[in-house]
Design a protein around this ligand. Structure first.
Ligand code: TPP
Length: 297
């Protein structure tokens, strides 16, 4: 039976773990993780075809976190999905730990590729998608999808557009890029740093099919991914409209989004964030049958 879970509970649990991980490790990027938490919850809550008990299963979908600084979110998603024990998350950002702030595949089941230097993930994903087209079509692993999650900031990088040209040239319709389009970078807004609009037209002119959605509406994200998956003949991009810091009110507030790129929640801020996420978890599960981390397949 395919794995399925309530992805909204998955997303809240992911945010709760990521908050604890970044706070304990004194690391940054909690706003970046919260921005894509719903996307990761839809992907790892059921959309991706993966086998936690067999991480290198040949037919698995490949996922590349191109915005590697949101690694805490992917680690939490993988642990919640059962790739490794939740207890590993407590080592995040500690001296000598395998779970580093930028996502690493070294020793971590389920991570395909280490990232952190922005602008490279789409090239790697395109290469994987091209390789998939060259596999013997009768083989079980010939049908897998390749999904790359990019930030809007890394669409400033020239290599992203070289990969976009390459993928369209080769008609890589197993490739799906998702852009976490929150409009904010590390030190300022996208529109002030390097304007992307008209963003959809740019992708279309590069030969991509564009799917636009609210990146916090799980049904909309799932529908966009399904449409991208069904499309043949060219790669697809999902422009997921998101809010940096989504899920904790004082991180979401427009004036503070930039602040929570680098800030670590501590003291009263940490307590307030915990309270908000606990309330969100309770609202989804009023009888407390499913504490964070106890996701039922
Ligand atoms: C090549 C490269 N240059 C600079 C950085 C430093 N850096 C980390 S995150 C970031 C930008 C964050 O904004 P965005 O890429 O839009 O990500 P998000 O808002 O989703 O966190 C930058 C410049 C980097 N990781 N890689």
């Amino acid at each position: 039976m395919p794995f399925s879970t309530d992805t909204r509970r998955f997303a809240v649990a992911l945010r709760q773990h990521a908050l604890e991980m970044t706070s304990a490790g004194g690391s940054a990027h909690i706003g970046s993780v919260f921005s894509c938490a719903d996307l990761l919850a839809v992907l790892y809550g059921g959309w991706l075809r993966v086998r936690p008990e067999e991480p290198r299963w040949a037919a698995r979908d490949r996922f590349i976190l191109s915005k590697g600084h949101a690694g805490a979110g992917v680690y939490a998603a993988l642990a919640l999905r059962g790739f490794f024990p939740l207890a590993w998350l407590e080592t995040h950002g500690q001296d000598g730990a395998l779970l580093s702030g930028h996502v690493s595949h070294r020793g971590i089941p389920g991570v395909e590729f280490s990232t952190g230097s922005l602008g490279h993930g789409l090239s790697v994903a395109a290469g994987m998608a091209l390789a998939a087209t060259r596999e013997d079509s009768t083989r079980e692993d010939a049908s897998h999808r390749v999904v790359a999650l990019l930030s809007d900031g890394e669409c400033d990088a020239g290599a992203t557009w070289e990969a976009a040209l390459f993928a369209a040239h080769h008609g890589l319709d197993r490739l799906i890029a998702i852009v976490d389009y929150n409009g904010v970078q590390s030190l300022g807004r996208v529109q002030d740093t390097m304007r992307l609009e008209p963003f959809a037209s740019k992708w279309e002119s590069f030969g991509w099919r564009v799917h636009d959605c609210d990146g916090h509406d799980h049904d909309a994200v799932r529908a966009a991914l399904d449409a991208a998956d069904a499309h043949r003949g060219s790669p697809s991009v999902v422009l997921a409209r998101t809010v940096k810091g989504k899920g904790v009110s004082f991180m979401e507030a427009p004036s503070q989004q930039v602040l929570w790129h680098y800030r670590t929640a501590r003291g009263a801020e940490l307590e307030a964030a915990r309270r908000e996420l606990a309330a969100a978890a309770l609202a989804l599960d009023p009888h407390g049958r499913h504490p964070a981390g106890a996701l039922v397949p």
